[in-house]
Structure formats: C-alpha cells, structure tokens
Design a protein around this ligand. Sequence first.
Ligand SMILES: [Zn+2]
Length: 463
Amino acid sequence: MPSAPDHDDARFMRLALAEARAAAENGEVPVGAVVVKDGRVIATGRNAPIDGHDPTAHAEIVALRAAAQVLGNYRLEGCSLYVTLEPCAMCSGAMLHARLARVVYGAADPRTGAAGSVLNLFEHAQLNHQTVVQGGVLAEEGAQLLRGFFKERRVNPHPLREDALRTPDERFDNLPGYPWEPHYLSDLPALGGLRLHHLDEGPADAPLTWLCLHGNPAWSYLYRKMIPVFLASGARVVAPDLIGFGRSDKPKKDGAHTFTWHRQVLLEFIERLDLHNVVLVVQDWGGLLGLTLPMEAPGRYRGLLVMNTTLATGEVPLSPGFLAWRTMCAQNPEFDVARLFARGNPQMSASESAAYNAPFPDRGHRAALRAFPPMVPEHAQDDGAAVSRRARDFWSTEWKGQSLMAIGQQDPVLGEPVMRALHASIRGCPDPLLLPQAGHFVQEHGEAIAQAAVRHFGAAAPR
Ligand SMILES: [Zn+2]
C-alpha cells in the first residue's frame, strides 16, 4: 500500500501533472516531469517526441537536459526527479547516468515501466549506487490523464489543428459516382497532425496498384470514371487528396503550401502505404509533383500514365495558357470551381460539377486554390525547379517502366504542345493517345483512357 505522499512530494508531482496536461494539449502522450534541488524546481519537461521528431524526447529526458544546463553539470547530484508515469528503460538509464538522489513517479506503467513493472533497473547494484525510487505518488491523477487522452484519441483520432480548417463531412454525402469509403492519415511526419484523405480500393496484394494524383483545383473525385475500370481489372487503386483539397485538411494560410512540402507528404504517404507495382497516374499538379516521385524509389513503380501536365524545370518559359490561368486566379480568387469544370465538360451533370465545389464552403477553405498557381516553378532557382530537372533526367535516361500518355486536345493550359515536349523526355513512351473532345481535366473522359491503360499495362488483368 502506498502511504500518503509527503507534502512536498505531492506539491512537486502536481507541477509534473501540469506539464503532462500541457503535453496533451500539444497532441503528445501526457507525461510530465520536474527536477528539484534544495526544495526548488530547477527544470521541467513534457513529452514531445511527435513535435520534435525525436524518439528520445520523453518528459524525463527533456527535464534532465534542462536541469543539466541550469547546473552546468551533467551530474545532477542531490537532485530529485518527479514524473507522472513510471520511467521507461531509456529514461531510467539516463537517470542513473545523471546520479539523481531520488526518483518519484506517479502511475505504474505495466507496458514499459523499468522501475519495477517490466523490469527494475534501479535494483541492480552494478548499475545503481545512489538513486532511491518511490512510486505511486498521485498515481490516480497521472493515470487518469493518460486514460482520458487515449479515450479522446479513440473517439477523435485526427484532432483538427488550430491553423487549419476541415470541410464538413456532409458536403461529401451522396456525390454522384463517388461511392468509396474515406481513409485518413495524420501521423506522417510531414503532416504535423493535418488529416490527409485518400481512397484505397481493391485487394492490398493486387498485381498492380494505380496511384492516382489530382491537381488544382480538383480532388480525388476527378478519378471517379477511371477507378471502376481499374478495380474491374483486379487492381488496387489509391487516390489521395492533396492537403488543401478534397476531404483533406486545409491550412488557413496560403503560405503553408510549398512545392517541397507537398512532395514530401506524397513521398511519406507512398512509403507508409508501402505501395509496390505502382502505375503512377498523373495530371496537372498531380504530375508537377508526382513525376518527381519515382526517381526516389524506382523499384516501387511499374508504369506511368500521364495526362495533361508538365515538369516545371524553370528552364523554359511557362506556357501562355498557364500564365493566363495564373492571372485569372489572381484576379478572381473566388472563381466558381464547379463552373470551371462545367465549361470544359458539357457532358457533366450539374450535380457532378457541383461536387467540385464540395471541398470549399467559403474563402477560408480556399488557401490552396490561391497558393498553387503561383507555386508552379517558373525560374531556375524556384522551389521545386531543381528537383524537376532531376526528374526530367530520370525519365529520359533511367526510367525502365512502361509508359502511356493521353492528351486532352482542348486544353489551353497544358495541352498538346506542352505534352509533346514532355513526351520527348519520357524514355520509351509510345505515341500518345489523343482525345479531341477532352480539355484540361482529361479524366472526365477517363473511362476510355482507363480501358486503354488496363490493356497497355496488361498484367493487371484477372488471373
Ligand atoms: Zn521514457
């Protein structure tokens, strides 16, 4: 039975509990610590491994480092450390190295506790000459914080960041031709807690995975005519919404969006899903970003299906059509996305066009729409230009997969002239498929393209 805690022990543990609560507010597992010398707190620490990308950033380590800085000495002789949860092996080891006089912890940790629960580093006479350990001080408070935190995580696994917006789910209810379940990730390092949406349909062990990347101002809805064709061939389809688009979270600030950051999110996304036998399907920004990805992990890719897009290397001027589009976006930042799609696609129903407005209920949600056009690398030093040049060299000299190009000939922005130039950079790419009716958003005519692609990348046929 733990005896009633000493008055000072309870006081210092309450300060450690305050640190634990602050950790929880940052989305970190709530554990807090304080270091005390001569009856005074000289350092505090709270859990921060996620925020710091640091597996060692446990509350105790953070507090030990701060205390050693204060004392100007890596030995913390005469100091006591208070922590809300039984320390793990790493932290217990660090405490022994620091030669603490005393360690006081709150709740026991039956999973990783190294002060008696799983093992007890402190009882090894070879390791420990001086540190006294006591557990169970305000244990219920510490345990309660942890239980509350994990319960909240179960109910709300992707809490919304303060600097971001999330389009309400009901705006995506019953969209025509888009019956698929949402999937979410928020723990890729580059996301910093932002929630990324993607579709993931078909068998995980399918012989081919079609990775479909959309551009601005579209979202995965753009692939709804192609996805069923891919699935019918027995393949898997993965289609993310870029951050700022579709069902993904939307940073409030335009400046949050950079070429390098979006590219990094996609690289981490592909690694996390561990995609193999990928046919990369790209158009618009899906290509500007997506064409720079396979060179980082060529073994993952089998094929490329490329529609109206470009590699913006900063070496040749951007097309007049693109410059006109960029000017239009700057002058009419509130332009109607649905009307833009309807104009180039008279075959679409009104509710299909309206689905392209679903992600953007108001101007606050439109930061990506404002940020993307000026983000296309224009000059050699612009963010993304160097990596695009490297990608061009990869496609022209190193690419070993199959390729297929489809060109929407009505596109004034990234149409046939731009695509012919790109074609010349893709090693072994056969003559392009020409779609005289299709505009920039080629995927709106995607059923026929997908059928041709399934034949072309044949191995996806059911076995
Ligand atoms: Zn630890």
